[in-house]
Design a protein around this ligand. Structure first.
Ligand SMILES: *Cc1c(COP(=O)(O)O)cnc(C)c1O
Length: 254
């Protein structure tokens, strides 16, 4: 109530009030997403604790991430390096785990290797080799997922399904990388059966590299519109932006 009275009398306090309303939305969105994840897990006989939630914070300001952190979210995923570096600096005081999920050009590998714990979007050996060579030796190995183009779209990044086995074998040899599994961004569909087919495809590919003797505990799949289907097909990490932070104000492509 005090806060509300302040709003009427002072511009600065009004900003605080607006921020408070937005923050409350982020916290309640997070709660709703966690609830929906738990329900999806239970529906397929899984336990919610086995599925990690990544908050995809691209386009949102550090204050929004801070509020998510205070609502219990410690893992954040970003797609654009320069934007991400600004947020990593701004949130330096928080023990946040950073995941890189965007397209990777060669000239970006050093900063990615130095500033992130995970990279989900490795789709060629040259990039993996650079990340390994540039990973500082005082840091633990960089956790890596290979991005797979499961829908066969020309426009999407990702290694072709029939090249996953070879790339996984090569990446697993790189000293400063730790191969964790596979990631995909299937073509969007409103049809749950279609969503599940793409995710099942990725799961089969993960099982295949596991049979090659390569540790691969991670299936990074599922976004705001399809995470329930991804969880039904075995996702161990879901990457959710809009359902936590709201609509992005840009649709930037690099
Ligand atoms: C933006 C993005 C997401 C999150 O998408 P939402 O639909 O906002 O949940 C997940 N994964 C990747 C790779 C992204 O670029």
């Amino acid at each position: 109530m005090m806060r509300f009275l302040c709003v009427i009398s002072s511009g600065t306090a009004r900003k605080g009030f607006v921020a408070h309303v937005i923050m409350t939305t982020i916290a309640s969105n997070l709660q709703a997403v966690r609830g929906a994840m738990a329900a999806a897990a239970e529906a397929s006989g899984r336990v919610a604790e086995d599925i990690v939630l990544l908050a995809v914070s691209k386009s949102f300001l550090p204050a929004a991430l801070r509020e998510a952190y205070h609502a219990g979210q410690t893992r954040f995923a970003e797609s654009y390096l320069q934007e991400a570096l600004g947020k990593i600096a701004a949130l330096h005081d928080l023990p946040v785990e950073w995941h890189f999920i965007g397209p990777i050009q060669s000239n970006k590998t050093r900063a990615i290797a130095e500033n992130f714990s995970w990279v989900h979007s490795v789709d060629r050996l040259k990039i993996a080799e650079r990340l390994s060579a540039q990973r500082p030796t005082n840091l633990p190995p960089l956790n890596v997922c290979l991005q797979v183009n499961v829908s066969g779209e020309d426009s999407k990044g990702g290694v072709a399904p029939d090249e996953v086995a070879g790339l996984a074998q090569a990446v697993a040899q790189l000293p400063q990388l730790r191969l964790r599994g596979l990631m995909a961004i299937p073509a969007p569909s409103d049809d749950v059966a279609v969503q599940r087919l793409s995710f099942a495809r990725l799961r089969e590919l993960r099982d295949q590299i596991y049979r090659q003797g390569l540790a691969s505990d991670t299936l990074s799949m599922g976004m705001s519109h399809d995470f329930a289907a991804a969880i039904a097909e075995g996702a161990t990490m879901v990457r959710i932006g809009t359902a936590i932070f709201g609509n992005r104000t840009y649709q930037k492509e690099p």
